[in-house]
Design a protein. Structure first.
Length: 144
């Protein structure tokens, strides 16, 4: 897969597996669909969870979030993938504010990368996220 030679991928890179979390609570269905079209440019999308509506945390005076997760096979490193996802957020019009729980057009996060959890506190704080990881990469929690 990583033998292609284009702007983001060079010939000698390994194939990496990332679990990506997608979330939106502004025109959610449209923005999730748009984000998926951007993400497919970063690699090969594999298994996906169902997308579910969840209540906002802390700042509750806002619409529910539509959340889901997918596995992505990519030639990008963790840092490259993270940067690309943040660029997609910007391209889609996401504005970051001091309120990290504010409404958002799109939120894209790397949850696991090559079987390692990127930020365990996210999984602890968001029960649905634990379920997504368990569904897509059950081997990660075999020790628990």
């Amino acid at each position: 897969m990583c033998a292609t030679d284009n702007a983001n991928r060079s010939n000698d890179k390994q194939t990496n597996t990332a679990l990506i979390l997608l979330g939106s609570n502004i025109d959610s269905e449209k923005n999730i669909t748009k984000a998926l079209s951007y993400i497919q440019e970063l690699g090969k999308i594999g298994n996906q969870t169902d997308f579910i509506y969840t209540k906002p945390l802390q700042y509750e005076d806002q619409p529910d979030f539509l959340n889901g997760a997918l596995l992505l096979q990519t030639c990008l490193s963790f840092d490259e993938l993270y940067s690309e996802l943040k660029q997609i957020e910007l391209d889609m019009g996401r504005l970051r504010s001091k309120n990290k729980n504010a409404p958002r057009i799109i939120d894209l996060d790397v949850i696991t990368f090559n079987g390692s959890i990127a930020d365990e506190k996210d999984i602890v704080q968001l029960p649905f996220l634990y379920d997504f990881v368990k569904q897509l990469q059950p081997e990660i929690f075999k020790w628990r």
